[in-house]
Design a protein around this ligand. Structure first.
Ligand code: MSP
Length: 625
């Protein structure tokens, strides 16, 4: 039984602002960390920055700054980004910290004594963006085999790491531990790479100075990849706090992008073998987020800023999209349209509506109190299956599948509302109403617990609206059926995920409405909740020429807020007192920051718009058929 879980992200280069590709790995690692905390394990989640190397030295120079001043600024910005996305890391390691310099120097000292590091002459090719050395034979058309960019010829004295010594032990380890490199496709790539033979690698440089000097020969600085990879053991306390190190190392998983699996699955384990340290339990190489079929990357300049997305759509929407959209492991295309669609369909429509419908029905049918179930639960098996599937997938690092498993319960619950038709049970006084409402509320509570690894705000909001304290959802065991006490008084609130108004969002090229209007059935029409409303107040929406914010009495205990495109046709002061027809069951949408709950009908002619009113005054809430 694993009692602790250590998970890492790559340490990022602070040579530029991070983009959603970096957020992708970090949010996934955060989901794993949160999941294991939910399992009550001791979690150590470490991320950080890889601050040395020629590229950073050059960037700092261009910016007219010292390297450390340059990276300090970007690191502060990275920490802000992680704060924005609520990344729950336990340690943030910077390779410029003394604790790390000490470890790197000590490793070089030790490995020189064991003969794993030796001085020789380096001849080969160097790719600065990838910080990688290549021997002639590995180049593709004279270019870097990793990024396809130009390489520079190098010929200099260098220390070497005896990687060749570890090809056999590494192969044996990979073969004996099928889960060591994941997914299987990357494992196979690594096996064939090692089988082609491993050459010793250059691990020091003399042509620039921004790095950690070797203790035995300070003209040399440590090759940036050795400096970087060893961050993982520094963070766990290696050579500083032995008992902490024993507790936290080996890592359970190094989560990395697929382009750096080679460093993590070959060079890093070989260094660990040379140091006599245990190997990480798994290296997981996930796929890339692409923009227009190309890898999103700073050097290509085709990057998307996660900060803007969070500002526009909220952090849960961005986290959800990153975790759900692309099957974990595969490459996937980023589009803003897909993010909006996911938010509107999965979060606003499926999850948000389930919560608002359920709480509305409890309010209306059982005076706002969760009833005690009397009979058999219909949703319980689905809920139990969702827990099992989410757990199984998270244990296998299949993050996107775990999210899907939770939403299977959400979808089933929505369908159950249609099947069970609680409004009819209410009308006929059928005692099964209590079972249905309890089933729905309890399923939502379980969904909230299961969403805790992925989303940071919604689980709390769901708990609050169910009338519960979200501190009671701290453990996976809380996802067991029956945890919701009958008699709980629900607390209805705003929609947890207002629909994103597509006009408001910067979406290119919205789909054209089809020609003509399709026929609808009587049933289709009956799905509309059309009611008479009386406008109580009207005011202009700040910063929007067309929009008015209205409060409308639609026969409920509280008036509704609606946003309507009427500002060019009516002055706000002419409207109070007017009667209107309201589509009362339209999905709520956030328009210019205002949550609009419904739509009013108006006729449109060339000369303008006219709101539709009953010929004679009718009580607000009167149903229109
Ligand atoms: N500093 C090295 C890693 C050293 S780890 C000991 C490095 N840094 S990086 O800033 O370039 O970050 C690379 C990592 O960022 C990738 O491995 C991946 O985790 C993430 N991603 C960067 N761009 C990405 C995409 N377009 N898509 C998915 N992940 C991406 O390499």
């Amino acid at each position: 039984m694993a009692e602790r879980f250590t998970v890492t992200t790559p340490i990022y280069y602070p040579n530029d602002r991070l983009h959603i590709g970096h957020a992708y790995t970090t949010v996934a690692a955060d989901a794993l960390a949160r999941y294991h905390r939910l399992r009550d394990e001791e979690v150590f989640f470490v991320t950080g920055t890889d601050e040395h190397g020629q590229k950073i030295e050059e960037r700092a120079q261009q910016a007219g700054k010292t390297p450390i001043a340059y990276v300090d600024e970007i690191v502060a910005d990275i920490r802000d980004l992680w704060q924005l996305l609520q990344i729950s890391y336990d340690d943030f390691i910077r390779t410029t910290e003394p604790r790390h310099e000490h470890v790197v120097q000590e490793i070089f000292r030790r490995l020189e004594t064991t003969g794993d590091i030796y001085l020789s002459q380096y001849e080969g090719w160097y790719c600065t963006p990838c910080e990688s050395f290549w021997v002639e034979g590995k180049l593709v058309d004279g270019k870097c085999p990793s990024c396809g960019g130009p390489v520079q010829r190098l010929n200099e004295e260098s220390y070497f790491f005896r990687l060749s010594r570890y090809a056999e032990p590494l192969l044996a380890h990979i073969e004996a531990n099928p889960g060591f490199i994941q997914p299987t496709s990357r494992r196979n790539e690594m096996i064939s790479f090692i089988r082609q033979g491993l050459e010793d690698i250059s691990v020091s440089r003399t042509s620039f100075t921004w790095g950690i000097p070797l203790p035995q020969d300070p003209r040399h600085i440590a090759y940036v990849w050795v400096d970087a990879l060893t961050n993982y053991i520094t963070a766990c306390g290696y050579l500083q706090d032995e008992s902490r190190f024993e507790r936290l190392w080996p890592a359970d998983v190094h989560l990395v992008g697929k382009e750096i699996v080679r460093f993590h699955a070959i060079i890093w384990p070989a260094i660990l073998l040379a140091l006599g340290l245990p190997l990480p339990r798994a290296v997981y190489g996930h796929g890339w987020l692409l923009l227009g079929e190309q890898k999103m990357s700073k050097s290509r300049g085709n990057v998307i800023d996660p900060r803007q997305l969070v500002q526009r759509y909220g952090r849960d929407a961005v986290r959800y999209y990153l975790l759900r959209e692309v099957p974990f492991g595969a490459d996937g295309n980023y589009t803003e349209d897909a993010l909006i669609l996911r938010t509107n369909v999965d979060l606003a429509n499926d999850l948000g509506n389930l919560l608002s419908r359920t709480t509305a029905m409890i309010e209306r049918f059982t005076d706002g109190v969760v009833p005690a179930p009397t009979g058999k639960s219909v949703l319980r098996p689905t809920a139990e299956e969702a827990v099992k599937k989410a757990v199984r997938n998270l244990d296998r690092l299949q993050v996107s599948d775990a999210v899907v498993a939770v939403f299977e319960l959400v979808r089933r619950a929505n369908k159950f509302i249609e099947e069970a038709a609680p409004w009819q049970l209410n009308r006929t006084g059928d005692p099964r109403l209590a079972d249905v409402l309890y089933d729905l509320a309890e399923s939502l509570r379980i969904v909230a617990v299961l969403l805790k690894p992925f989303l940071v705000d919604a689980p709390h909001a769901i708990y609050r609206q169910l009338g519960l304290d979200s501190a009671d959802a701290a453990r996976l065991a809380d996802a067991a059926w029956g945890g919701l006490p009958a008699g709980t008084r629900i607390q209805r609130g705003d929609p947890i995920f207002p629909r994103i108004d597509v006009e408001d969002a910067a979406v290119s090229d919205p789909a054209q409405a089809p020609e003509g209007t399709p026929e609808v059935s009587v049933d289709d029409f009956a799905r509309l909740d059309l009611r008479v409303g009386t406008i109580l107040s009207a005011s202009k929406v700040k910063g929007a020429d067309r929009l008015l914010e209205l409060t409308v009495d639609v026969g409920e205990s509280e008036p509704r807020t609606l946003v309507a495109g009427l500002a060019e046709h009516y002055q706000p002061e002419e409207l109070p007192g007017s009667q209107v027809v309201v589509v009362a069951n339209l999905q709520p949408a956030k328009i210019r920051g205002v949550v609009s709950r419904g739509m009013i009908l108006a006729g449109k002619t060339q000369s303008g718009m006219q709101i539709v009113s009953p010929r004679q005054a009718l009580p607000p809430g009167t149903k229109i058929k």
